[in-house]
Design a binder for this molecule. Structure first.
Ligand SMILES: [Zn+2]
Length: 390
C-alpha cells in the first residue's frame, strides 16, 4: 500500500491552496487533512459549528495513553480583500528563499510541517501520543477553540504541554495579553435639530462615554505593573469604529461604537474596565438621557473574550518547549492574542512556539522564510526523538 507523501513545502502549498478565510467554510481543508491522516491509518474526530459549515479536528498519533504533546493551530486566515498581492495569495510562490501565500506565517506552515513529517512520526516507536488539534474561526475571536478544548476534556487528554504554533520565529512564548471586545450602543430620541432639547442626542452621550474611556485608558497606562515585558507594558483601550446619526439637521437617535481592552494576563476585565465604565454611565450618562425620555439608554454587549496567557507553574513544560525549539533564552511575551489562554484556562500547560513572523501576518504578500521552515522541521525531529523509545 502506498501512502500519500509530501515534502514540507509541498504540504504548505497544499494547505495554502484552500481559501479558508474566516467567512468561508474550512471543510475542504479539514476533509483533505482527515483523508491524509486516514491514509496513514489515523482516525480523526470533528466538532462542527452550529451551521455545520466549519469544523475543529482532533487526531492522535502514537499510543492512546496519558501525557504526550498537543500541537495546535487554527485553520482560518484573514481576508486578502483590498490588499495588493504580487502573486495569487491562495497558491504558494517560492521566491528569494521565501514562501509567499496567505497563511504561510499565520499559521498553516506549523500544521503542514507536522503533517508532511507524519511518516517519520509513524515510523518512530512513540511511547506517548502526539495530538493534533485544529480549530476554526480563530481570526474572528477564537470561536472554535472552546469546543475543541471541551472535546479534549471529554476525551480525558492530559498532555504534558499544549504548543500553539502561532508565528514566534520558533521562540518559546509563555505569556500574552487577553483581548476583550465590546459593542456599545446609545439609543436616543430624534428631534428637529432646531430644538435639540426636545430630543436625546445619541452622539453627544456616546461622546461622553468615550471621553470616560479615554481617561480610563490614561489611568490604566499610569497603573502599569511593569511585570510582563509587554510592548506596550500596560493595559490598553482602543475604539475601532464609530457610527451614528442620519442627517445634519436631525438629533441622532442611535450611535454605536466597537472597542476593545487588551489586558496584561491575570487581570480582571470587570474590575478594571467594565464596572468603572458602567458606574460612570449610571452616574453621568443614563440619568441625563432618561430625564428627557425613559425609552433611551446606553448598553454594552460582549463580542469577543480571549483570555490572556500567564507564565505557567510548570517548569517541566517550559524546559520541554525550550528543548524542542532549540531556543535557550528566557520565555518571551507577545502582544497579539492567541488561543493559548483558552487551553491554559482549561488546565493545560500551554506555550506558544511556531515558525514565521507575526510581522508578516495579516499583510499583503505574507511570507515565511525557508530557514523558519527548516527550524520547524528540526523542532519536529527533536519531538520525535523526545517521544520515541529508540
Ligand atoms: Zn494566527
Amino acid at each position: 500500500m502506498t501512502f500519500p507523501t509530501y515534502t514540507p513545502i509541498e504540504m504548505i502549498d497544499r494547505l495554502v491552496s484552500f481559501d479558508t478565510t474566516s467567512r468561508n467554510s474550512n471543510l475542504e481543508l479539514i476533509n483533505f487533512i482527515s483523508e491524509y491522516l486516514l491514509a496513514h491509518g489515523i482516525e480523526s474526530q470533528r466538532v462542527y459549528d452550529t451551521g455545520n459549515k466549519k469544523a475543529n479536528l482532533f487526531a492522535t498519533v502514537g499510543p492512546n495513553t496519558k501525557g504526550g504533546i498537543v500541537l495546535s493551530a487554527h485553520t482560518d486566515v484573514v481576508p486578502v480583500d483590498g490588499q495588493e498581492w504580487h502573486s495569487n495569495p491562495f497558491s504558494m510562490t517560492l521566491k528569494n528563499e521565501k514562501l509567499y501565500g496567505r497563511g504561510t506565517s499565520d499559521m498553516k506552515s506549523f500544521p503542514a510541517i507536522f503533517l508532511s513529517m507524519l511518516p517519520q512520526f509513524m515510523a518512530a516507536d512513540l511511547h506517548t501520543p502526539i495530538h493534533l488539534a485544529l480549530s476554526y474561526d480563530e481570526e474572528v475571536g477564537c470561536l472554535g477553540a472552546p469546543q475543541l478544548v471541551s472535546l479534549m476534556k471529554d476525551l480525558r487528554i492530559s498532555p504534558r504541554i499544549v504548543i500553539i504554533g502561532e508565528p514566534t520565529e520558533m521562540k518559546v512564548v509563555n505569556r500574552h495579553k487577553g483581548v476583550f471586545r465590546y459593542r456599545t450602543t446609545a439609543n436616543g430620541l430624534e428631534a428637529h435639530s432646531a430644538y435639540p432639547d426636545n430630543g436625546v442626542s445619541a452622539i453627544f452621550h456616546t461622546a461622553n462615554a468615550i471621553h470616560f474611556l479615554d481617561n480610563l485608558a490614561n489611568d490604566l497606562r499610569n497603573r502599569a505593573d511593569g511585570l510582563g515585558n509587554f510592548d506596550p507594558p500596560y493595559h490598553t483601550l482602543h475604539i475601532g469604529t464609530l457610527n451614528g446619526g442620519t442627517a445634519s439637521n436631525i438629533v441622532p437617535r442611535q450611535c454605536t461604537f466597537d472597542w476593545e481592552a487588551r489586558l496584561i494576563p491575570g487581570s480582571d476585565v470587570n474590575a478594571l474596565v467594565l464596572n468603572p465604565f458602567e458606574h460612570y454611565l449610571d452616574m453621568n450618562v443614563r440619568p441625563k438621557m432618561q430625564n428627557i425620555s425613559k425609552q433611551t439608554g446606553i448598553s454594552t454587549e460582549t463580542v469577543v473574550q480571549v483570555p490572556g496567557l500567564s507564565p505557567g507553574e510548570s517548569r517541566d513544560s517550559e524546559a520541554l518547549g525550550r528543548a524542542l525549539s532549540g531556543h535557550n533564552g528566557p520565555a518571551g511575551a507577545i502582544s497579539f492574542g492567541t488561543e493559548a489562554g483558552l487551553f491554559q484556562r482549561a488546565g493545560f500547560a500551554t506555550l506558544v512556539c511556531g515558525p514565521g513572523s507575526i510581522l508578516q501576518a495579516h499583510k499583503p504578500n505574507e511570507y515565511i522564510e525557508l530557514d523558519q521552515v527548516e527550524a520547524c522541521e528540526r523542532f519536529m525531529r527533536r519531538l520525535i526523538s523526545q517521544l520515541s523509545r529508540t
